[in-house]
Each structure stands twice: as structure tokens, then as C-alpha cells.
Write a protein that binds this ligand. Structure first.
Ligand code: HAM
Length: 427
């Protein structure tokens, strides 16, 4: 068969009916956990000023350097399809004066994000994320609460073998020292690094740490670790985070190589992975951390904050791998069949009455033959068929056929809902 003329753009995908139940289930699971922990939902626009991400995510990060979908408006503004949610939410926090609300402000979000990445398993150019941001609180317990809510959603979705990786990348006090030690080390080993890392080493040396290249991995095995360079404040913060984690039944490990690829992070960073990740999932399910400098980076005041986001498509791949149960649209237990032009005319209002009464009904209005309509009823597995023929339509009656016993009774149209509810109760 020849390919249709138009297809989805590279890296974008249709969400087909058979996958909708996964998306709904994930949104419901997220909403349930986030509502319990008092998060309020926020939606921000898909398009934002390009500078918002340049100033927050960072000029020398992969996201800003290579992955932004940028467009110029007729008025010559430079806008981008949002690559992530945190910068937009901090912008909204500052723009709407949320600082005057009781702190911290807890927000959650769900929606599409866009990154011009090389498409591969679990990596799309348009993907969905859900996430949380807790803005206005410096206490390390909030870092752990962020981890906990994200972990709980994934756990509630039935994902197995989850592992939280945690690290601290320090703050403005101590990170320069660590950076210096790392650059010194990398300079000495420069020839062993891939060409990308040789460049990264100059502009964003911490990013070298999560390079997947085998040669680089070898060099990095004895690189200095950020935890050894933490100042007293950051050390205490990390210790508290680990102690709170110890109190929870959340499997975690300290990963000294974890740095995350966005400039706004300070202190705690974390990722949640499935240790049983299948080939199609493409790795990390959720990631986040503390970003105490972001408010200042965007022209606001000193406002500590912490948050995380999870990739919906990766979670779905994991759910499929784990054979997680999701319920697809419910089967109509009642089927409506009509015979003849008068009955067909009277069918729509009767179906509307059943809908208003909360009864799900199947139909095949495009087919006139009763045999074809009953065929669909049996394919759907409907237990009861309502049949409206010419005679019943004239007499305001309707036939109710029990498909299991093949017994049929005639009832007044005004009594259909009562009759149907009784039958459904009996079963
Ligand atoms: P991120 O690690 O860039 O963090 O993305 C979070 C999650 O989104 C990833 O763990 C992954 O599951 C998913 N994801 C990212 N890129 C793609 C892609 N191209 N295709 C499919 N899924 C993808 C952030 O976005 C931060 N804003 C998280 C955060 C919130 N930090 C603090 N608050």
C-alpha cells in the first residue's frame, strides 16, 4: 500500500483512541496524589518569550542551544514552543504576584512540551509532561515531598522496580569550587573525552558528567564528586534530605554523577528510573530538583523553590511493559434498534432521554436491517436490546429483548428508563 501524502511531522505522534485510556489514567492518578498534597492546577501558554528559557534553563544547555522550536512573529518577537514547564510557572508566579499569597505556593500542571531532539525510543519532539512546583519554601522536607509525590503517582500506576537517584550539586557558594576541580581534572584527561565533551568542558563542564559515551564514562569513573565539595549549608541540606528519605519506603540511591541538564538547579537534584526499563521506554521517567536561584534569574527576589516533571509517553511505554491494567470505554449493556422510517425518526429523542438518565446505549443508526443491528449488539456484548418498530412507534411502545433468554416484553415508551434500570439492577 502506498504511503498517504501527509504524515505526522518527524518526532510528533497522534494519540490514537486505543491509547487514550492510558493518558486519562495517568492524569487521574496525578490529580489524585497532587490534590491530596494540596497542589492547585495551573495552565500556562504553549508559546513563551524565547528569553524566558535562555535566562533560566541556560544559554549553554542542550535545550536552549539545540532543542528549541523558535518562531519569529510578524512583529519580530522571538517566541518558542515551551520546552519545559518550570520557567513558565516561575514567570506566572512573578507576573501574578503569588508572592503575596501564603507560602509556599504549590502548583501542578499537565500538557504538551516541545524539544527538537533526535527522535528515538522514548524521545519525541512533542511529548506530554505532568509536574509539580513548590515555590517559596527552602526546607529540605519539601525536596523530599516533591520526590514522594512523583514517586507515588508512578507507583499508583503500577510501575515496578522504581529507583530514585539523588544528588546535590551545591549552590553559588560551593559549586564554583567543584566546577574548578572538575575542569582541572577534565583538562588533564581531555584526550580521553568525546568531541562533544571537549566542547562542554569549556562552557558547561557539569554536563560532561552525564555523557553516555563509553570513553567519557571511563574518564569520569574517577572524577571529583560534587558531594565532596559541598559547603556546610548544602551538606546539612543533603543530610536532611537523605534522612527524610530514609523514613519513607521509597527506594533511592545517591548518584554522584547526577547533575541534570538545566542551569537553574541548586542543591538537590533527582531522577526516577525504572530499573526494569524495557527497550521502548528510553530511560528516565521523571526528574527534578531545587531551583533557589530561578526567581532571581527572571528578575524576581530571593525565592527558594523545588519541583519535578515526568514524561507521560515514557510512563505509558512502561505501563505497557508492565502490562498495567487500564479500562477502556465501558461496553454499552443496552442496545437500541429501530425498524422503519417512523421509528428511525423517533429514535434520537429516546436515546437522548437514556443518555440524560446516565444509561450507556449502543446503536447502528446507519443500518436499517434488524439482523445487521442485532449483529452489532451481539458483537458489543449488549445484554438488552430495545427495539422500536413501526407499530411500537405509532403506539408509543417499545420492545425490550433480553439477549440471554431471548424473552421479549412490550413496555410503554415513558417507562423505558424505569424498565432498563430494573433490568440492569437484576443482573
Ligand atoms: P526534564 O528532565 O528535562 O525536566 O524532563 C522531565 C521528564 O520529561 C523526563 O524525565 C522525561 O521523562 C520527559 N522527557 C523529557 N524530554 C522528553 C522527550 N524528548 N520525549 C519524551 N519525554 C521526554 C524538566 O523538564 C524540568 N522542568 C523538571 C523540573 C520541574 N524541575 C524542577 N521542576
Amino acid at each position: 500500500m502506498s504511503k498517504p501524502k501527509f504524515q505526522t511531522v518527524t518526532g510528533m505522534h497522534d494519540i490514537l483512541p486505543q491509547d487514550q485510556a492510558y493518558y486519562e489514567k495517568i492524569q487521574e492518578a496525578a490529580k489524585k496524589v497532587f490534590s491530596f498534597y494540596d497542589f492547585e492546577k495551573i495552565d500556562t501558554p504553549i508559546l513563551e518569550d524565547a528569553n524566558l528559557f535562555i535566562k533560566s534553563v541556560g544559554e549553554n544547555t542542550d535545550i536552549v542551544e539545540k532543542e528549541m522550536f523558535t518562531l519569529k512573529t510578524k512583529g519580530k518577537d522571538s517566541l518558542v514552543l515551551r520546552p519545559e514547564g518550570t520557567a513558565s510557572i516561575m514567570r506566572a508566579y512573578l507576573e501574578h504576584g503569588f508572592l503575596s499569597l501564603p507560602q509556599p505556593v504549590r502548583l501542578w500542571y499537565y500538557g504538551p512540551f516541545f524539544r527538537y531532539e533526535k527522535p528515538q525510543a522514548g524521545r519525541y519532539r512533542q511529548f506530554n509532561q505532568f509536574g509539580v512546583e513548590i515555590i517559596g519554601e527552602a526546607d529540605p522536607i519539601v525536596d523530599v515531598q516533591t520526590i514522594l509525590v512523583m514517586y507515588s503517582v508512578l507507583n499508583d500506576l503500577g510501575l515496578k522496580g522504581l529507583m530514585v537517584k539523588v544528588n546535590s550539586i551545591g549552590d553559588d557558594n560551593c559549586r564554583p569550587l567543584y566546577r574548578k576541580a572538575l575542569v582541572k581534572y577534565l583538562r588533564e584527561k581531555k584526550s580521553g573525552l568525546c568531541s562533544d565533551c571537549q566542547k562542554r568542558m569549556k562552557v558547561n563542564p557539569l554536563r560532561v558528567l552525564d555523557c553516555k559515551n563509553e570513553k567519557c564514562q571511563e574518564v569520569l569513573s574517577s572524577a571529583p564528586q560534587s558531594v565532596d565539595y559541598l559547603c556546610e549549608g548544602c551538606k546539612k541540606h543533603l543530610k536532611d534530605v537523605l534522612e527524610y528519605l530514609d523514613e519513607l519506603k521509597v527506594p533511592y540511591c545517591l548518584d554522584s554523577r547526577l547533575v541534570r541538564g538545566l542551569d537553574y538547579y541548586t542543591r538537590t537534584v533527582f531522577e526516577i528510573e525504572s530499573t526494569k526499563a524495557g527497550e521502548n521506554t528510553g530511560g528516565v521517567l521523571a526528574g527534578g530538583g531545587r531551583y533557589d536561584n530561578l526567581s532571581k534569574m527572571l528578575g524576581g527576589g530571593e525565592t527558594p523553590a523545588c519541583g519535578a516533571a515526568a514524561g507521560v509517553e515514557r510512563i505509558i511505554a512502561e505501563m505497557k511493559e508492565n502490562k498495567a491494567r487500564v479500562s477502556f470505554s465501558s461496553v454499552p449493556e443496552i442496545f437500541f434498534a429501530q425498524i422503519g422510517p417512523l421509528a428511525k425518526k423517533k429514535s434520537l429523542p429516546i436515546l437522548e432521554d437514556l443518555r440524560k438518565a446516565g444509561i450507556k446505549v449502543g446503536e447502528a443508526f446507519g443500518k436499517d436491517a434488524l439482523k445487521a443491528q442485532l449483529g452489532k449488539a451481539s458483537r458489543l456484548g449488549s445484554k438488552v436490546v430495545l427495539i422500536l418498530g413501526q407499530r411500537e412507534a405509532l403506539n408509543n411502545m417499545i420492545l425490550v429483548r433480553n439477549m440471554q433468554t431471548a424473552k421479549q416484553v412490550e413496555v410503554k415508551q415513558e417507562d423505558i428508563i424505569k424498565e432498563v434500570k430494573n433490568i440492569l439492577k437484576e443482573k
